[in-house]
Design a protein around this ligand. Structure first.
Ligand code: S3P
Length: 174
């Protein structure tokens, strides 16, 4: 029997993957999972502390482990950390395990959303705007190559984004 595909959300920090993912999971009646949440539970420390004590490479290894584990499931909603698809192995597992939807937002919207909380170690720098632009330049093509559909979240509320994502998932999974 065919497995029910996962609904996988990818995109840069601050594009609403977690909030939208939870709403989609509630609508679809699927369990919600999040690579960052999985890592935090396993490591028993917040992401900022993992970066500070173990470094980014150790975080990326934890992220690969999370993706190997979570992509074995079916019929879940999975939100991924913004850097996860940069790893080719992660991208392949995500693609195989479900329908990948990319959430995007303007640099302005991203900055407004992420700077509200001091929980993004990669943007804890003097010039977060340049950092976001530089990272987006590198990641945007990776996201576009992986995703089967894109929703621009800049001017939409989270429930509106979730409605569009669920509609795309339903159309693409039948
Ligand atoms: C990261 C994004 C974060 C988190 C970590 C690294 C990235 O997740 O995984 O801080 O490399 O873009 P969100 O995209 O959920 O903020």
């Amino acid at each position: 029997m065919l497995r029910t595909p996962n609904l996988i959300l990818v995109g840069f920090m601050g594009t609403g993957k977690s909030t939208v993912g939870r709403a989609c999971a509630a609508t679809l009646g699927f369990p919600y999972h999040d690579t960052d949440m999985w890592i935090v539970r396993r490591a028993r420390m917040p992401i900022t502390q993992i970066f500070a004590t173990e470094g980014e490479e150790a975080f990326r290894e934890r992220e690969r482990e999370a993706i190997r584990h979570l992509t074995q499931r079916s019929a879940i909603v999975l939100s991924t950390g913004g850097g996860a698809p940069v790893d080719g192995g992660n991208a392949a597992l995500l693609r195989e395990s479900g329908i990948v939807i990319l959430l995007t937002a303007t640099v302005e919207a991203i900055l407004t959303r992420v700077l509200r909380r001091a929980n993004r170690p990669l943007l804890a720098c003097d010039d977060p705007e340049s950092r976001v632009r530089e990272m987006l330049g590198h990641r945007e093509p990776v996201y576009r190559d992986l995703a089967q559909a894109t929703v621009d979240t800049s001017d939409l509320s989270s429930p509106e984004v979730a409605d569009r994502v669920v509609a795309l998932y339903r159309a693409m999974s039948t």
